[in-house]
Unconditional design. Sequence first.
Length: 375
Amino acid sequence: MSRSLLFVMLVAVVLVAVACAPPPAPAPAPAQPEQPAAAEQPPAAPEVQPASEIVLYNWSEYIDPEIYTQFKELTGIDVLEDNFSSNEEMLAKLQGGASGYALIVPSDYTVAIMIEEGMLHKLDHDNIPNLVNLSERFRNVPYDPGNVYCVPYQWGTTGIGYDSAVIDAPTSWAAIFEPDPNTPWYGRTTMLDDPRESFAAALTYLGYDINTTDEKQLQEAKEVLIRAKPGLSGYDSDTFEDLVASGENVMAHGWNGDFLVAQEDNENVAYVVPEEGGVVWVDNICIPATATPEQKLAAEMFINYLLEPEVGAQLSEYNYYASPNAAAEEILGEEFLGDPTIYPPPEVLEKLQYIEPVGEMESLYQRLWDEVKSS
């Protein structure tokens, strides 16, 4: 056999062997860095649902009950009501550990105290879009700038109500603080059962700042209050206007709107701010820090409802107090807005003072008030 033929045969054998050989195994993939195990995600927190029932701790007869009915029809939420007679009563009850309230209605100086003591929830403004309806002057009140904790509810003044069929308008606080047995109102007059309000009247009469911390001035005011007692039938923050309307009393120290409500029973009931001046106040609606998330949400829904223009007007028409709600004022009308008993003219407003917190001196006011009542 020739060498060339042998070479060809060898090449053929090699080619057949290559063709029949199994394909080479693929090269192993390069090692990948080890990935950390995925962190386990916590389950999403359930969305808070509003409570089906909340309790409002309020001054007596200070809201149209129909508002509760309307709110329940709209939201399904029941609003129940409990009452107090003074800021001090309300504050003491909450400081004592009372809970279960979703809403409270403290006055301006009490709001400042409660904020300082951490007793209020901050409001979630996203749940109260009707805040835009507030008048500009009520969006940055000094005791709660920016409405962080509370929303103004109503505002008014403190002066003297009287039966105009029996006596002329008392022009001075002397009618109370210089009691005369020969006057028709002697023994037929009440003062508010409220230490800061009653001391404010006496301090105004004396020409002092109603927020004084001067112990000598406060002692003078205490003596003035004690001197007034023989001419009083008592201290009353709940029915003073009704007693004047019924004729049982002739005069009372009290809040303007209450006397206007009493005119529905007796058209002769009238109201005046004495020439020395008096108190201007703003009541607010707030959420105590003890409220649960469910109660807080329902409470914010109710606050937002009160700020509806029609509801704000309904509230003021029921109470005869001025509204902090500019959108409501557009509905109230000129007759209501032009009533000087509800909206005092500038010359009266300039004589009015806000009650302000006095820190540790609050206890002195309370002690002196206890001494007045026990004398």
